[in-house]
Write a protein that binds this ligand. Sequence first.
Ligand code: PLZ
Length: 445
Amino acid sequence: MVSSIQSEVGTQRKVITELPGPKSRALHERRKAVVSAGLTNGFPIYIERADGAILVDADGNQILDLGSGIAVTTIGHAVPELIEAVSAQVAAFTHTCFMVTPYESYVEVCEELATLTPGTYAKTSALFNSGSEAVENAVKVARLATGRQAIVVFDHAYHGRTNLTMALTAKNMPYKDRFGPFAPEIYRVPMSYPFLDELSGAEAAAIAIKEIETQVGAKNVAALLIEPIQGEGGFIVPADGFLPALSEWTTQNGVVFIADEIQSGFCRTGDWFAVDHEGVVPDLVTTAKGLAGGMPLAGLTGRAELMNAVHEGGLGGTYGGNPVAAAAALATIKTLRDRNLVARAREIGDTLLTALHSLQQDVAIIGDVRGRGAMVAMELTQPGTKTPNAAAAKSIVNYCNQQGVIVLACGTYGNVIRLLPPLVISDEQLADGLSVLGAAVRAAS
Ligand code: PLZ
């Protein structure tokens, strides 16, 4: 069963119809009648199978995946260990509800989270279904444990689409527009954005801290919530020293430091977690996406004294830490370790940064190239300026899609192209993707 799925998928990009092809177009018509128009599809090709870094659509096109379903399939598609673990768990039992009758795999995932997340202190975890839910629960825990209410977030932040996490998210369109009223006691301060603010990490942190102290008051702040490398907001890598300075300030002021590692975690950046790069140790960490190889699972992990401050029954949910998702997480973590994918992420990062920096020399629309490990982006600008060029980003995504390569745009101004390849991508596949991307950038210049 496992091998027959895999043998149907080649290892190379192969476009045999126009994209989307006729079968995908027909499916898309069906979709329009029954799926809410509030959901969009970046690239409406309908996927039937996948393996490694290749997706196969309904028309038989083999598509190179440089997006990993937004940083989820970090270990690649159709990994045999994951298929076996999930299949065995489905056969054993699919659900009991951890709050009713527990099972070992939930405990094992929490043991792994305690070991892998930064910090040597005693940690406990709770498991949820989505990143948004993990972030919501981080806020619940921080408020309860500190007895304070204010939550500090940053410009360009993305934390989800539920009511509380919409309030935590910075960008209005498409995430928040007309969906209010939003949750109160959320305060937004400037993010370190070296390309645009040209500040050192220490300078940017001083500005953020001054705003918090003057506009909120340190003693009112329950938590400071930050993506160590911002994802949806534009793959913004803060200047060195920014995160350590904020972390130090939170420690001095009894504020809970929450790292949202939902997009940046689980080996994506060439460390297990993006905060590891500067040795920052958060009090709470949210994880999802790459944690479970495509099965819906999220984690909230942190200092036992915070996590255990919650009254009995105060955390939960019907499906959180579902046994099938937990089995997938254990197989994913094992695969990340066994294949040393943390090292592979660094190699991929070197290749991507070298290629994009050299492309930047040839064209006038790449304002900035940045990222770490297999989380790399280029910010597109009007030639010779820092003015956002969203039209270029759009045309690059379209060009790549037409050639059978998935790349994703992001950024507050819609002018960033991000690369999030599965870490099992081969050097040949990566070179192929980069050559298509290079042609797309030249065409847009
Ligand atoms: N925190 C840092 O990146 C999800 C969102 C895609 P959920 N990012 C992709 C979209 O347009 O909805 C994300 C994230 C960070 C939280 C989340 C939310 O995770 O699993 O989508 O709820």
